[in-house]
Design a protein around this ligand. Structure first.
Ligand code: NAD
Ligand code: 6OD
Length: 486
């Protein structure tokens, strides 16, 4: 049986806890590996290795050297593309086409983009006169923050992990990564890549395990961790923020969402249907930026619902490497239970089930997988659980609206504020919506497009801080002011 280990100080190690857990693919429930869980002593070692690396060869590298090394990391991921693809697909069950076009390429790109960025970021410098008339040179420099704890979710494992590790390393930090217990493999594989291209031991470390009373909590409570970057649920973010309060350590959080799509009658209808299908059902609805609330202007409401129903019923559920597969399973049977409980709740709350609402009929050999039907509801009240709470499954509620003011009020009526998608051909309205929606990113006639140099993050309970481009520097570096009387 394949084993997935921790990666500490440049070595794959089982760790000292003696505990292991099973990694099963959600496609059919079969066992794909045994994972070695890190205990508190292993997290200590990983943090110590990361601390030591800060003052070793890594700490002495200048920016161009570091950037060149990170380019080699990206090149090596691309060279081993198929291994990453297979590992990610086995852990998540997602369609291989999705991982091939998004997860793995972004896993490599996240190193290149930040390597290039750090080479080109200027620092500020001012000359002034002191009261005694002498000249003063006052400038800023950026130094690494130190050891960064990186706690990751399971939905886009390599993409979201490298989205943090790329800039953290580009800025000269070292990292200890805690992948999700559901998706341990690509983080471990990245350790092999680091060794192969000559990243010094201790720069990149991985501790495997769970959250509370396991590697996640040990890492975030560890006093040797200087800052914590986290992607996951808002509730977990709350627990991590409490841990980070000890030692007043900074956090960067990308959290949950309940994102609206707003479809105006003047939109390009087919593009709006296509875009909303993707935003609701891509990755089996397990994308933080995905749409779970759809608001459609009344004149096109019935037509839009009918088009979505037809498209959702045409989605083929199946094995990841089947080229016909349009949607995979959820991440786990546990998550399947959660999503199905919302499917039942929607019915109890009076929803009209336009399509789906249960477990699909799959081939007998797949019936132990975490499958659910793509599901669309109408007719729920604005305060229904399925309209207010993040489900993180392939489902959305579609509701009609009559005016721009009304839909802005509805869209903003949520504790979350991650993303929105607006479909309209009216340019002025598009800009008005961009300003009025209380979110970290507002897409107009698009979804999941972004130049990685722009800020990414959530408003309200969807996050703290922004990462992307130079915004990542704010979190991953300390900005020091040096004032020299000449
Ligand atoms: P999660 O919060 O359950 O787990 C995320 C990570 O935190 C895992 O590695 C887990 O082991 C760890 N963890 C759990 N409890 C912990 C604790 N007390 N201390 C330290 N670590 C702990 O999230 P998930 O289920 O893996 O991912 C789905 C969630 O992530 C959704 O809410 C989704 O919206 C969110 N998400 C947000 C973004 C974003 O960019 N805003 C991106 C992806 C996912
Ligand atoms: O594209 C990204 O950089 C990003 N952080 C995407 C988040 C997706 C959430 O599931």
């Amino acid at each position: 049986m394949k084993e997935v280990q921790n990666f500490i100080g440049g070595r794959h190690v089982r760790g000292t806890s003696g505990r292991t857990f099973e990694n099963r693919t959600p496609v059919d429930g079969s066992l794909i590996s045994i994972v070695h869980e890190a205990g508190a002593a292993d997290v200590d070692q990983a943090v110590a290795a990361a601390r030591a690396a800060l003052s070793g060869e890594w700490g002495r590298m200048d920016v161009p050297e570091r950037a060149a090394l990170l380019h080699r990391v990206a090149d090596e991921i691309n060279r081993r593309f198929d291994e990453f693809l297979e590992a990610e697909v086995a852990d998540t069950g997602k369609p291989a086409s999705l991982a091939r076009h998004i997860d793995i390429p972004r896993g490599a790109a996240n190193f290149k983009i930040f390597a290039d960025m750090v080479k080109n970021v200027p620092t500020e410098s001012f000359e002034m006169k002191a009261p005694d008339g002498s000249r003063v040179l006052n400038y800023s420099i950026r130094t690494p923050k130190g050891v960064i704890g990186v706690v990751c979710p399971w939905n886009l494992p390599l993409l979201l992990m490298t989205w943090k590790v790329g800039p953290a390393l580009a800025c000269g930090n070292t990292v200890v990564v805690k992948p999700s217990e559901e998706t341990p493999t690509t983080a471990a594989l990245l350790g092999e890549v680091m060794n192969a291209v000559g990243v010094p031991p201790g720069v990149y470390n991985v501790v495997q395990g769970f959250g509370p009373n396991s590697a996640g909590e040990f890492l975030t409570r560890h006093p040797g961790v200087d800052a914590i970057t986290f992607t996951g649920e808002t509730g977990t973010g709350t627990a991590i923020m409490k841990a980070a309060a000890e030692g007043v350590r900074p956090v960067s959080f990308e959290l949950g969402g309940k994102n609206p799509a707003i479809v105006f009658a003047d939109c390009d209808f087919d593009a709006a249907v296509e875009g909303t299908m993707r935003s609701a059902f891509a990755n089996c609805g397990q994308v933080c930026l995905g749409t779970e609330r759809v608001y459609v202007e009344r004149p096109i409401f019935e037509r839009f619902v009918a088009a979505m129903k037809q498209r959702a019923e045409g989605l083929k559920l199946g094995r990841p490497f089947d080229p016909e597969t349009g949607m995979g399973p959820l991440i786990s049977r546990g998550h399947q239970d959660k999503v199905l409980s919302y499917y039942r709740k929607a019915v109890q709350d009076g929803a009209t089930v336009v399509t789906g609402g249960g477990i699909p009929a799959m081939a007998p050999e797949l019936m132990d997988g975490a499958w659910v039907q793509p599901t669309i509801w109408t007719g729920l009240a604005d305060d229904a659980a399925c309209v207010r709470e993040e489900i993180f499954g392939p489902c959305c509620h579609i509701r009609p609206f009559d005016s721009e003011d009304e839909v802005v009020r509805l869209a903003n009526d949520t504790p979350y504020g991650l993303a929105a998608a607006v479909w309209t051909s009216n340019l002025s309205r598009a800009h008005r919506m961009g300003a009025a929606l209380d979110v970290g990113i507002c897409w107009i006639n698009s979804w999941f497009l972004r130049d990685l140099r722009t800020p990414f993050g959530g408003a309200k309970q969807s996050g703290i801080g922004r990462e992307g481009g130079v915004h990542s520097l704010e979190f991953y570096t300390e900005l020091r002011n040096v004032c020299v009387k000449l």
